[in-house]
Design a protein around this ligand. Structure first.
Ligand SMILES: NC(=O)c1ccc[n+]([C@@H]2O[C@H](COP(=O)([O-])OP(=O)(O)OC[C@H]3O[C@@H](n4cnc5c(N)ncnc54)[C@H](OP(=O)(O)O)[C@@H]3O)[C@@H](O)[C@H]2O)c1
Length: 341
């Protein structure tokens, strides 16, 4: 067996491209005692991968030049010297942009066994019941403190985290307004996902549209994109608002300096709060999120969209799509049929 992997060839200046990566082939890695070999089935390509290429994000440790590009994914155990992992187990974690990965179940982002659930597809286990869904779940339950009738605005609303959150917040009795980057995505938000309104930030003035859609101000702003969108929302917060910082996708290509919000003093005028959070701090409660979300997915109450690019060789293209919004739904790359039931 041969392994194929994308390594980082150079660091990008602004938007990354295929030129920043190099496809390499090597013999399939051997496993030692206490290790197992995973064959990747799907990778989930999201905006923060861009930070691994330069700053390393919150770890401060970027992927070294020549190193395998990092990425969350799902796959199957195909060889095992580990007492707790058997051939055929479905696992997820940081598999990287490669066909085969070796793990001991504890390293970097620990690879974890994934429980199959009735009525939930293999890929949905990875996003709605995985990183995106649990980020939405803990962001909402721990930081948003929604009240019946609250107006909640969500940026990156048609994305992995945002689309789950729009629906959970609506189920909690919030009036949800989503911000997304195309007419098609905005129609999906107000149609399928039940948002009360949507703003197309690429074609509309965000502050003006939000003011029209939120006449009594914004009670909760959940931010996935940062920059000018965060600023526009800060300008419209209501008394006692909660501003929850989840991501800053609009800034990840700006290695030279991030946009600083000007309207932050509204937090004082409105006696509001702004709180950042990291979903990894809830690792001990992931099962709680998955078990709450699973029946909603199985019953069809929680909807999602996926955009699947076929073949590991398309991973760089998937990253560009995640950073430009060219995709519709969670951006996945199908690497192999290893997890097909
Ligand atoms: N705090 C945590 O623990 C945590 C955990 C997971 C994720 N996150 C963060 O949450 C955010 C969302 O993650 P995700 O996985 O759900 O990604 P995602 O939203 O599924 O995918 C990226 C989306 O971002 C939008 N986008 C791209 N460039 C943009 C720009 N310049 N301005 C505004 N929107 C832009 C695009 O949608 P449009 O077409 O609508 O532009 C694109 O579809 C990311 O910033 C991520 O880093 C944080």
């Amino acid at each position: 067996m041969e392994n194929t992997k994308w390594v980082l060839a150079s660091r990008p200046d602004g938007m990354p491209s295929g030129q920043n990566f190099r496809l390499e082939r090597e013999p399939c890695p051997e496993i030692g005692d206490g290790e197992f070999l995973i064959e990747a089935a799907y990778l989930i390509v999201t905006p923060p991968l861009r930070m691994w290429m330069t700053s390393g994000g919150m770890t401060g440790r970027p992927v070294p030049l020549g190193g395998t590009m990092r990425c969350g994914g799902m796959g199957c155990v195909v060889k095992s010297n580990h007492p707790d992992y058997a051939v055929g187990d479905l696992v997820s974690g940081d598999l990287g942009w490669q066909r085969f990965a070796v793990s001991n179940g504890r390293d970097r982002t620990p690879v974890q066994r994934v429980k199959r659930r009735d009525g939930v597809s293999t890929t949905a286990l990875m996003h709605v019941l995985g990183s995106g869904g649990r980020t939405a779940y803990f962001g909402l339950t721990e930081f948003c403190r929604p009240k019946l009738g609250d107006t909640m605005v969500i940026s990156g609303a048609a994305g992995n985290v945002g689309s789950v959150l729009c629906q959970l917040a609506r189920m909690q009795g919030c009036r949800v307004v989503g911000i997304a980057g195309s007419r098609q995505k905005c129609d999906w938000l107000t149609g399928e996902l039940g948002c009360a309104g949507a703003v197309n930030y690429k074609e509309e003035d965000v502050a003006e549209r939000l003011a029209a859609l939120c006449p009594r101000g914004i009670d909760i702003f959940f931010d996935n994109v940062g920059g000018e969108t965060l600023d526009a929302a800060l300008g419209l917060i209501a008394q006692g608002a909660r501003v929850v910082l989840c991501g800053a996708t609009s800034q990840y290509n700006h290695d030279g300096g991030w946009y600083a919000p000007r309207n932050y003093f509204n937090l004082v005028y409105r006696q509001a709060e702004m709180h950042g959070f990291f979903v990894g701090n809830f690792a001990g409660r992931y099962e709680e999120a998955a078990s709450r979300l699973a029946p909603l997915v199985a019953s069809g109450a929680l909807k999602y969209a996926e955009d699947v690019l076929d073949g590991l060789e398309r991973a760089p293209q998937a990253l560009v799509h995640a950073l430009t919004g060219e995709h519709f739904g969670v951006q996945l790359v199908r690497v192999s049929g290893a997890a097909d039931a």
